[in-house]
Design a binder for this molecule. Structure first.
Ligand code: MBD
Ligand code: FE
Length: 258
């Protein structure tokens, strides 16, 4: 067991014990609490629950030593082997009439030099507010609404898709119940696009983009970073332009092997 993992684990356990003591939790309440976790597991919502509450904290920590673009939360619906795409994400037949967006921008290093051949994974929800390639969401073919885009010789990228809409995380299960009933909040996120940028010799970057005017940007059930990730409203021929540039930090030096 590594020392750091031991220290973190002990502190988490101690923090939970402190909360139980502070509230003088009864045996019945304790049982209700662990049944809630068991139900979360049964519903396949462990990744959702953990990301809703804790992903933003990890991002806050990791952003402290980033000099280029700040990172955002990843969320539970990234799929590692999405297809490479050229200019457009796959859109289901029935969704092709929906309003379109174009994601575009430039990837550079800290000096402003373009990064050629950076690979940007993008993913966003279906018009129903689910994600492709996710068993719990009906296992829609993962070619839809996600893909890997490559930057060109000038570090630029461009890719079209349909416009995602305001987004409610699955709220009928144990995670929604915690957020809405026990914590008195809601389960909405701003409509969003996810990005994961990878380039050789650079620190990878997970980001997001929101749409100007969305009412949940600063009131996000996942604390997703707010207006720092908001893209100003702009249209070209009726297509919403989502212009997002990424500045990558150099890759951290490899840690010496233990
Ligand atoms: C999502 O789509 C998401 O991006 C996050 C952070 C949490 C739940 C669902
Ligand atoms: Fe998401």
């Amino acid at each position: 067991m590594n020392e750091r993992a031991t220290a973190i684990t002990m502190d988490i356990v101690e923090a939970i014990r402190a909360a139980l003591r502070k509230h003088q939790v009864s045996f019945g309440e304790y049982r209700a609490g662990f049944m809630h976790l068991a139900k979360t597991q049964q519903a396949g919502e462990i990744p959702l629950l953990i990301d809703v509450f804790f992903n933003s904290t990890i991002v806050e920590i990791e952003n402290k030593n980033r000099k280029g673009s700040k990172a955002a939360i990843q969320g539970p619906y990234f799929v590692p082997d999405a297809p490479y795409v050229d200019g457009e994400l796959a859109i289901e037949g029935s969704a092709q009439a929906l309003p379109k967006m174009e994601m575009r921008g430039k990837v550079t290093d800290q000096s402003g030099a373009p990064i050629v051949g950076a690979v940007i994974d993008v993913w966003h929800s279906t018009p129903q507010g689910t994600y492709s390639g996710i068993e719990k969401h009906g296992n829609l073919d993962k070619k839809y609404y996600r893909g890997k885009i490559t930057t060109d010789a000038n570090g630029n990228y461009a890719c079209k898709s349909i416009l995602p809409v305001a987004y409610q995380i699955p709220n009928k299960g144990p995670t929604g119940m915690l957020l809405e009933e026990y914590m008195g909040g809601h389960s909405w996120r701003p409509a969003h696009i996810h990005y994961w940028v990878n380039a050789e010799g650079k620190r990878d970057l997970i980001s997001q983009a929101y749409f100007e005017g969305d009412e949940y940007i600063e009131d996000d059930c996942c604390n997703g970073g707010g207006s720092d990730f908001m893209v100003p409203e702009k249209y070209e021929d009726g297509v919403r332009i989502m212009e997002v540039d990424f500045v990558l930090d150099p890759a951290p030096a490899l840690e010496p092997a233990e």
